[in-house]
Design a protein around this ligand. Structure first.
Ligand SMILES: NC(=O)c1ccc[n+]([C@@H]2O[C@H](COP(=O)([O-])OP(=O)(O)OC[C@H]3O[C@@H](n4cnc5c(N)ncnc54)[C@H](OP(=O)(O)O)[C@@H]3O)[C@@H](O)[C@H]2O)c1
Length: 239
């Protein structure tokens, strides 16, 4: 499988890339409907991809050092972010959560191999941090970006310093939008399911800083996996 072969060669490429750029190699990946939706309703999960492409996603997870989602996804889906459908190591789970809304009963607190890293802002309540740390999370504080949320360049520098060479970003819409508009993506892997949903758009247009801030893909590979179409490419931001 072309896209999976790419995934297995990631570790060496990621280490070299991290050395060169000073940040982890970033894979942005998500599943969408034919009409570009990642969920049917805000705050609600929707299984879009077929079993075979979910297996590919788990193999991709196993090839990365860390996996990141936004707090919106934790609140909507209560994900485990583990590798279950293939053999392989679990990546370190990371959650962007400026206000420490992370629920103390989330599945991620029962992760089989890692304490989830919650990345919060400098003003989040210390009492909330203590509660989450007592429940098993590790909380890091980073500065906020100018337009709100965690500053992504500061996050990526911190991850590099912690030995994270490769990061898989799995969503949701706001996180996908900020990684793309920050130009902090090395490869994009999108699973397109043959269904129309009419729900939550993959790009959160309200959070796009400028109309021309989105890339075209180069070196594109298309692959049918099960009933889904998987598209992989390298983003190219032409100014
Ligand atoms: N189909 C798929 O592949 C897929 C994958 C994942 C999720 N989803 C769906 O996506 C939906 C959730 O998406 P969402 O947009 O509501 O939430 P999200 O992107 O998961 O999380 C967004 C939240 O993360 C926090 N955040 C902190 N720093 C940020 C930064 N630099 N950039 C962006 N966000 C930052 C913000 O909350 P604070 O201000 O409180 O920090 C923000 O509101 C759910 O319905 C879920 O099912 C689909």
């Amino acid at each position: 499988m072309a896209i999976l072969e790419e995934a297995t060669s990631l570790a060496a490429k990621a280490a070299a890339s991290a050395e060169q750029t000073g940040r982890p190699y970033v894979t942005l990946t998500y599943a969408q409907s034919l009409d570009g939706a990642i969920a049917a309703r805000p705050g609600h999960p929707l299984a879009l991809s077929c079993r075979e492409s979910q297996t590919m996603t788990h193999a991709l997870r196993a090839a990365h050092d860390a996996i990141l989602v936004g707090i919106g996804t934790v609140l909507a889906d209560d994900p485990s972010l583990t590798v279950r459908l293939v053999e392989g190591p679990n990546p370190q789970p990371l959650i962007l959560d400026s206000r420490l809304r992370f629920p103390p009963f989330a599945k991620l607190l029962r992760h089989p191999s890692h304490s989830p890293w919650i990345i919060t802002g400098t003003t989040a309540a210390a009492t909330r941090q203590r509660t989450l740390e007592e429940a098993g999370a590790t909380v890091f504080r980073l500065p906020a970006a100018r337009n709100g949320g965690i500053d992504l360049p500061a996050l990526l520098t911190m991850l590099r310093e912690k030995g994270i060479h490769s990061l898989m970003v799995e969503g949701g819409a706001q996180v996908i939008t900020s990684f793309l508009s920050s130009r902090a993506v090395d490869q994009l892997i999108v699973t397109i399911a043959p269904v129309l949903v009419g729900g939550v758009r993959v790009l959160d247009v309200q959070h796009l800083p400028r109309s021309n801030g989105l890339p075209r893909l180069t070196q594109v590979v298309y692959q049918q996996i099960g009933v889904d179409l998987v598209v992989r490419g390298r983003p190219d931001w032409q100014d």
